[in-house]
Ligand binder design. Sequence first.
Ligand code: 5GP
Length: 205
Amino acid sequence: MSGGFLLVLSGPSGSGKGTVSQAIMKENKEIIFSTSVTTRTPRPGEVNGENYFFVSKTKFEQMVEKDELLEHAFVHTNYYGTPKQFVFDQIEKGEIVLLEIDVQGALQIKKKYKEAVFIFLIPPTMEELRNRLVKRDTESEEEINTRFKNAFRELDFVGEYDYFVINDKVSQAVIDIENIIAAEKLRVKRHKDIKSEVLKEKEKI
Ligand code: 5GP
């Protein structure tokens, strides 16, 4: 095992996943963000290759057929997926890779990668969740309603995750996630050489 691992962050639309993961990336340069592929149209200000790789439905289907995605799902009204090769390359290098994906995708990853770490971000209240969706002003009323309904369903899956973080204050949510990362880095199973290094030291005494 190289020490690198997948950090899967899920939570309903409006839980603040985007804001929290951006803050984590800003303060922890060693964490690599996995840019997803989506068939959704870009929102104002979103940059291709940064926020997402924006592709056509045909291109997305080709990627699925060629087995280029680690997981993929139909979320709200569009397809989303995680490019496989990039993630494998980073893990191989010993990096921590952050995947900001929905519950369906997280469950697919859970089946395949036992060493991944799963965090579920919970908004402080349902009212706050709706406020955040409305304030974001990027979706139509119909889309907001779809996302709000889906949020109810997604919350049922918190039991599938290793950790939950309540996103009342972004700064506290970031600290909670950094603490999880710090603990996960110290997991014995991620460091197969610990024992032999200690033994080598011991031999010198
Ligand atoms: P949004 O359209 O607001 O950027 O994202 C909508 C939902 O799709 C969010 O819950 C987000 O976490 C999820 N999502 C983004 N990228 C991926 C991905 O690669 N795979 C899956 N399964 N979900 C994703």
